[in-house]
Design a binder for this molecule. Structure first.
Ligand SMILES: CC(=O)SCCNC(=O)CCNC(=O)[C@H](O)C(C)(C)COP(=O)(O)OP(=O)(O)OC[C@H]1O[C@@H](n2cnc3c(N)ncnc32)[C@H](O)[C@@H]1OP(=O)(O)O
Ligand SMILES: O=CC(=O)O
Ligand SMILES: [Mg+2]
Length: 738
């Protein structure tokens, strides 16, 4: 099928014109076994669209109206805000800020333990990539040995280089590090795990042999089970802060046979939950792409997702891991083998031609977010109805994350939409739990009202600081030049944003009922830095925080052993933590640079800032538009590989647009930098099959990157989707035409 459905191919169902690929997917794959009737399903979809399409449109019009008012205000009051009270009053007057609801507590109904009480890493993965998605689902458990050996957490100095084959010196450093982890979080009553010569289970308790005698755990209840013969277990299961750790023993294994205790690995419970992403990490521009994502989500819910993996000269099929069984002091038991799965749908902005809805002016594309709500719920039915060998939710819930919502009306819309989807599919009310991304300024500023708007289903809030930074830039675009991108991290608004989100979440009763999350670690290869810094997230009271890979999940899990999040949340809720910046005024401090700051930027500073932003934009957009890759590792100007997705692209493109708008850099300078950086990206990405952007700079990828900057001021809320979709669709259309 071509990448854009021909009018004549469409399947007419009442007032709907459905792309054949989607129609066939629903009929042949998603509906069978669900108990739903196909005709009734599509009739219901049409009715739902007729209700929600006009509401969706009205919400977008309201965004534009507010943005126009903000633009006008900043144009009339150029430069940094000098009268904060007047500014905040204006925001109230135009309805940007709404009345706060009285105190309340959320009532999301029954949620899984992973959401309510088990603090731990949250992995995100582009769901269109089956190989990564299966890996992510299985990342509930991760090898600490592999995570340490394979990353910069163990430095490559002193003969400890990674090399092509196993380096025993590096291995020894890894083993020492893992033993130190055990000693810190599972101390022995006497001695050290480093001196253990054997682990056994006797009388329902763990016995650890040392060179001279034996001992047990200082806290015996940390032992919860084992696998294999109690006298010589294959695995010993421990628990701390609600997270499990498996000490694996195998004296025949190449690592275990050289270990006095026979330990071959220490496996951590890592990605407690995983977000299967249909949004900013994917490039899905038509029905064909959407169906790839929906199908993978369906297969995950059926427990049958698999992918062929070829690496290191071997090929194997990666499926979903089974649950893990143990013998415990009170009998055998099972732990989940996979992450609890969330799906992130797209936001309210984009429309899709996967389904057209007849209207007075002819058939029109439908809101992609509405279609996602219907399709992802339909594809969740195997899990919700127990038609799976590999369950995700144990309580019959579906977890849907909704990104980029602006304020409480948009959250209320999603709440109503999910209720309508529940009715369509015959699901009890509040089956679909909602994750609210606190990542647009109007949502942060009205967070309590936003949570209130979905209090009967909200199961997660999360500070998506990347989109949030993009929205910060766009909202006050007309006010003047913004501070440099790196300086954003130390601005007043971002500190207030992070603190307030947790405080409001706690005040609304999320502790023990829902996740309070923090954002992505966006340097996937800088694991030593992550291990040093990302402890800040659980310390801030977050019960989960985003990681880009299974390895990062394993390493970030260590932080949840170091911090007792539940205790931390109690301290925060009790007002015991000083120095919080949580006022609305702090949150609304616009990060405009003052005259002195602007004057201090040298020509080199300006060029570096623009080059760095454009390199990220081009490196990302090239793969997005030409190859349909929605999330990439792109080296920054210092050679550090950064995770780039649509949100980071939004920041970088909006930043350059802002500086150009205010004359910090000229259009000519930006045009020249675009070409210069495209040449850099061409060199970085050169390889088999790579089509360079230069020297003509006349391809769709370059055009997209250029438009993101030069047309950045008029992009809705500074989003990158409209331009990326347009150019990617052109590439797909041309490829289909040969
Ligand atoms: C602002 C926001 O919205 S943030 C949320 C969106 N961002 C994300 O979802 C980030 C997800 N992460 C990724 O897509 C990737 O990790 C990238 C693009 C950053 C890096 O990808 P690559 O360059 O291919 O990574 P790298 O080569 O280091 O590792 C690939 C291996 O790690 C695995 N891997 C990497 N990331 C993930 C992931 N998120 N989930 C599962 N497995 C992963 C792959 O399966 C692969 O292993 P395999 O060969 O056994 O299959
Ligand atoms: O979605 C996450 C973000 O930071 O944006
Ligand atoms: Mg985001």
């Amino acid at each position: 099928m071509s990448s854009q459905t021909d009018e004549s191919d469409r399947v007419a169902l009442g007032g709907l014109r459905v792309a054949p690929v989607l129609h066939a997917f629903v009929r042949d794959e998603a509906l069978p076994g669900s108990g739903l009737d196909e005709a009734a399903f599509w009739t219901g979809v049409e009715a739902l669209l007729r209700t929600f399409v006009p509401r969706n449109r009205a919400l977008l019009a309201r965004r534009d109206e507010l943005q126009a008012q903000l633009d006008a205000w900043h144009t009339a009051h150029p430069g940094p805000v000098t009268d904060q009270a007047a500014y905040v009053a204006m925001l109230r007057e135009i309805g940007y800020l709404v009345e706060e609801p009285d105190d309340f507590e959320i009532e999301p109904g029954e949620v899984d333990a992973e959401v309510a009480v088990q603090a731990g890493p949250q992995l995100v993965v582009p769901v269109l990539n089956a190989r990564f998605a299966a890996n992510a689902a299985n990342a509930r458990w991760g090898s600490l040995y592999d995570a340490l050996y394979g990353t910069d957490v163990v430095p490559e100095d002193d003969g400890r280089e990674r090399g092509a084959s196993y380096n025993p010196r590096r291995g020894a450093a890894v083993i020492a590090r893992a033993r130190a982890f055990l000693d810190t979080h599972f101390p022995l009553a006497m001695g050290s795990h480093a001196d253990a010569t054997g682990y056994a289970v006797t009388g329902g308790g763990l016995v650890v042999d040392l060179a001279h005698g034996s001992t047990g755990l200082a806290e015996p209840t940390q032992y919860v089970g084992h696998r294999g013969d109690p006298a010589t277990p294959e695995a010993v299961l421990l628990v701390h802060h609600g997270l499990h750790v498996e000490v694996q023993v195998d004296r025949t294994d190449p690592v275990g046979r050289d270990d006095p205790a026979g330990i071959r690995d220490v496996v951590l419970e890592a990605a407690v939950s995983t977000i299967m992403d249909l949004e900013d990490s994917v490039a899905a521009v038509d029905a064909e792409d959407k169906v790839v994502g929906y199908r993978n989500w369906l297969l995950l819910n059926q427990g049958t997702l698999s992918a062929e993996v070829s690496k290191g000269g071997t090929t194997f099929v990666r499926g979903l891991a089974p649950d893990r069984t143990y013998d415990g002091p009170h009998g055998p038991f099972t732990l989940p083998g996979r992450s609890l799965l969330f799906v992130r749908q797209v936001g309210h902005l984009m429309t899709t031609d996967a389904v057209l809805l007849d209207g007075p002016d002819g058939p029109e594309e439908v809101p992609e977010g509405v279609l996602d709500a219907v399709m992802t719920a339909l594809c969740s039915l195997p899990d919700l109805q127990g038609r799976t060998e590999r369950p995700s939710s144990r309580v019959g819930a579906m977890y849907a994350v909704k990104p980029k919502m602006h304020g409480p009306d948009e959250v209320a819309f999603t709440d109503d939409l999910f209720a309508a989807v529940e009715d369509l599919l015959g699901l009890p009310r509040a089956t679909i739990k909602l994750g609210i991304m606190d990542e647009e300024r109007r949502t942060s500023a009205n967070l309590k009202a936003c949570i209130h708007a979905a209090r009967g289903r909200v199961a997660f809030i999360n500070t998506g600081f990347l989109d949030r930074t993009g929205d910060e830039l766009h909202t006050s675009m007309q006010g003047g030049p913004m501070v440099r991108k790196a300086a954003m991290r130390s601005t007043a608004w971002i500190a207030a944003y992070e603190d307030r989100s947790v405080d409001i979440g706690l005040a609304c009763g999320l502790a023990g009922r829902a996740q309070i999350g923090k954002g992505m670690w966006a340097a996937p290869d800088a694991m030593a830095a992550m291990v040093e810094q990302k402890i800040a997230h659980p310390q801030a009271g977050a019960s989960c925080a985003w990681v880009p890979s299974p390895t990062a999940a394993t390493l970030h899990a260590i932080h949840y052993h170091e911090v007792d999040v539940a205790a931390r949340q109690r301290e925060l809720a009790g007002g015991l933590v000083e120095g919080r910046s949580t006022t609305l005024e702090q949150l609304l401090t616009v990060p405009l640079a003052d005259d002195a700051e602007v004057a201090a930027w040298s020509a080199q500073d300006r060029a570096d800032e623009v080059d760095n932003n454009l390199q990220g934009v081009l490196g990302y957009v090239k793969r997005w538009v030409d190859d349909g890759i929605g999330c990439s590792k792109v080296p920054d100007i210092h050679g550090v590989a950064l995770m780039e997705d649509r949100a980071t692209c939004r920041i970088s493109s909006q930043h350059v647009a802002n500086w150009m708008r205010h004359g910090v850099v000229t259009r000519d300078e930006v045009e020249a930098a675009l070409r210069r950086m495209a040449a850099v990206v061409d060199e970085q990405q050169a390889g088999e099959g790579y089509v360079p952007m230069g020297p003509g700079f006349d391809g769709h990828a370059f055009a997209a990157a250029r438009a993101l900057v030069l047309e950045g001021l008029t992009q809705p809320n500074g989003y990158t989707e409209p331009i990326l979709h347009r150019q990617r669709r052109s590439v797909k259309r041309e490829a289909a035409q040969g």
